[in-house]
Design a binder for this molecule. Structure first.
Ligand SMILES: O=C(NCCCOCn1ccc2cnccc21)c1cc(-c2ccc(F)cc2)cc(O)c1O
Ligand SMILES: [Mg+2]
Length: 214
């Protein structure tokens, strides 16, 4: 059976990256996806914005919605302090083993737990099943129409605390208009927009940071 694009990305990482070196894994994926096959990783340009917000948050417990091949999980996990942990939710069963393998090659398996399923089903289990208290950082990069409802769900489940930082990808392209409307009109969020470009393309995109004020 023909290999998938995601399997080809894993092959490239497995062959070209330096084992245990997250930077070399990121560089390999960015090279492959800008030169060979486009893929929906957050990429190097928006990745720098992600890096800066993660450094600002310095999270003990982080959540990512949308693992895909593990690129942004590696960007986040490589910046985590000892004992800090990232939970990453992915619903597509084909992507989970590929992301696990790519995160393993980066040497970050101890810092990342991939949870397979829909965010709306897993978020309510984070406290009881995964012993999460509150989330210091959340990266939203899954179905764009789920950004707003899943943010509401995080709040309802008591997973946000004063100062929790949310960062959302693809605010312009593909776009998350309902999320933008919700978060900017909700008085308990302090929002900042970061203009950028769609990964590996000259298309405009942006990220939105929202700090929960409690
Ligand atoms: O669609 C995108 N991402 C989402 C994937 C499915 O996510 C589904 N999914 C993953 C966990 C998870 C948990 N619960 C429910 C659904 C859940 C996405 C798409 C593009 C894009 C840009 C231009 C194009 F021409 C075509 C596509 C770019 C991006 O950066 C993206 O992030
Ligand atoms: Mg994205």
């Amino acid at each position: 059976m023909d290999q998938s694009k995601e399997q080809r990305i894993l092959n490239s990482v497995s062959y070209n990256a330096v084992k245990g070196d997250p930077e070399s894994v990121l560089d390999c994926i960015d090279k492959y996806c800008s030169q060979k096959e486009w893929a929906m990783n957050v990429g190097d340009e928006k990745g720098l914005i992600l890096d800066n917000v993660v450094k600002e948050a310095d999270p003990t417990t982080a959540l990512e919605l949308g693992t895909y091949c593990g690129y942004s999980a590696i960007r986040i996990a490589r910046l985590l302090k000892p004992k800090a942990h990232l939970f990453s939710i992915e619903f597509n069963p084909e992507f989970v083993p590929i992301a696990k393998e790519i995160i393993e090659i980066a040497g970050l398996s101890d810092k990342v737990t991939i949870l397979e399923g829909h965010a709306q089903d897993i978020i309510p289990q984070l406290k009881s099943k995964y012993d999460v208290d509150t989330l210091d950082f959340v990266f939203l990069d899954h179905w764009k129409e789920r950004y707003a409802p899943d943010t509401i769900l995080l709040e309802e489940c008591g997973l946000l605390r004063k100062g929790s930082i949310l960062l959302a990808d693809n605010i312009i392209y593909p776009g998350a208009p309902e999320f933008l409307e919700y978060i900017r009109n909700h008085k308990r969020f302090e929002c900042t927009n970061y203009p950028s470009h769609l990964e590996y393309m000259k298309v405009e995109d942006a990220m939105e940071k929202a700090v929960y004020l409690g």
